[in-house]
Structure formats: C-alpha cells, structure tokens
Design a protein around this ligand. Structure first.
Ligand code: MG
Length: 260
C-alpha cells in the first residue's frame, strides 16, 4: 500500500535540472521543520537491522508475524506495515489497533535490549551538524513527521543523541495509518505547543522517500528530499521535491534553502 517507488499522485513534469535550492518566498515566517526519521536522520546498522525485533514482537502479540517479510518499510507507517503483514492472515484491522500498544511495548522492549548490547542505529551523514545549527537558530522549530509509533520514534532519536533537538511533539505512525494525514496532526499539535497558529506554508517536510514528498504536496507544505535512504537521487527527482540533495552535509546551503 505505502512505500517504495510505486508512482502515485505526484506530477513528474519537472526534472532534476529544474530543482534548485529554493524553498518558499516569505522570508519573515518562522519555519517549522518536520523531519522524517528512518533514512533521513537515522539508519539501521547492517546486520543489526531491527526487522528481527519487529517479527518477534508480532509473534508475541498476535501469535504470527504474518507476511512481514514481504512488506516494505520505507515511507510506510507502522500501522500500515502491520495491516499489510497481518490482514491477509485473517487478523482484522480492529484487532491490530486494539493490540497496537501491546505490540509497541514489546517492540520497544526488544529494541532496547538489542541497544544495550550494541548500537542498532546510526545517524545519517550531515545530520549531527545540521541539527546543531538548526537548534541554535531562532528562525526554526524542529519536530518530526514519521511513520514510527511515537515511543519507537523516541527510542531511535535517543539512541543517536538527537532527542534533545526534538522537544516539540510532531506526528507519528501511531496517529494515523495514512502518512498524508500526519501533516495536519503535526500542525495542530505544534500550534498548541508553541502558542502560534502554524500554517502549512510555514512547514517543510524533510524525508527520504516519495511518500514524504507526497505527504508534503497533499498538504501544501514544501519538501526537501534527501537520498540517504533506499531511494537514489535520480529516483526522488522524478517526484519533483522543492529541494533535492544527496545528503544533509551542506548545512549552510540547506538553511538558505529552507528560508527561501
Ligand atoms: Mg524515511
């Protein structure tokens, strides 16, 4: 359902050559940056991939892992991943929702156990410096827009020391199955926390999959696409993000682009 290079509603009229480092036009607006986590800020270490924990938590919670091995994770919300894995095995979505918190607790517990032995995640190139710069810059608010359930999002960020940059709650896979529904949730939540009425044009989604670009488009937000996940630069370029970069290493250029 979600994830992967499956085309979709995103027009392809622009090529990579047309995509410059330019976002927005209102210089005075404070920008709300909504970071995806997997493939954008954090990656699973080879051989330490946490699919094993996903599977074990499914078996413990639902009695089966269903078709989890066939499901693509990138750009997908956890709820959607669980539906794809389990519904075909006869487990209704209502039951998945009902047991979601149990699954999450088990999954987080198993992942914490793995983290206690050795690192499971690493930060993506350029992210440490970029987040330091953005956190210190009063023109930006940082939050997340991720398919991870909220507890797991926290575990991943904490495991690489990024939790201190993300004090504002954003939107998570635990909020909705459909990633395109997450930006509106993030706006409402961040408006409540900051006391400012955030609007979509203040927001920029930073993500590594066509799904991130689509979620931005569907909600009138700008998007920075970064090729540190499973999708190559050329592939992401077909979806016409506002900004397209190989990685997040050039913090100065990115900040300029984010401000427009
Ligand atoms: Mg991602």
């Amino acid at each position: 359902m979600h994830g992967g290079d499956r085309g979709g509603a995103i027009p392809r009229e622009r090529g990579i050559a047309d995509i410059g480092l330019a976002v927005g036009s209102n210089e005075s607006a404070r920008r709300v940056l909504l970071f995806d986590i997997d493939g954008t800020l954090v990656r699973s270490l080879p051989g330490r991939g946490y699919r094993r924990e996903v599977r074990a938590a499914l078996e413990a919670t639902f009695g089966t892992a269903g078709r989890i091995d066939e499901v693509r994770f990138d750009g997908n919300t956890d709820l959607s991943i669980l539906r794809e894995a389990l519904e075909a095995e006869g487990i209704p979505f209502s039951e998945i929702r009902l047991k979601l918190a149990d699954w999450e607790q088990t999954f987080v517990g198993l992942t914490r156990r793995a983290l206690a032995e050795a690192p499971v995640f690493a930060c993506c190139p350029g992210t440490e410096r970029l987040l330091e710069m953005l956190s210190a810059d009063p023109r930006f608010d940082l939050s997340v827009l991720t398919g991870n359930l909220e507890l797991m999002a926290g575990v991943k960020l904490e495991s690489v020391g990024f939790d201190r940059h993300f004090r504002l709650r954003g939107a998570y896979g635990s909020d909705h199955e459909d990633r395109n529904e997450l930006p509106a949730i993030a706006i409402e939540r961040i408006s409540g926390q900051t006391g400012r009425q955030i609007v979509a044009s203040d927001c920029v989604i930073i993500g590594d999959t066509p799904r991130d670009i689509e979620a931005a488009r569907a909600n009138g937000m700008k998007c920075v696409a970064v090729a540190t996940g499973p999708h190559a630069l050329e592939s992401l370029g077909q979806y016409s993000p506002d900004v397209l970069v190989q990685d997040l290493c050039d913090g100065e250029a990115l900040i300029e682009a984010l401000l427009g």
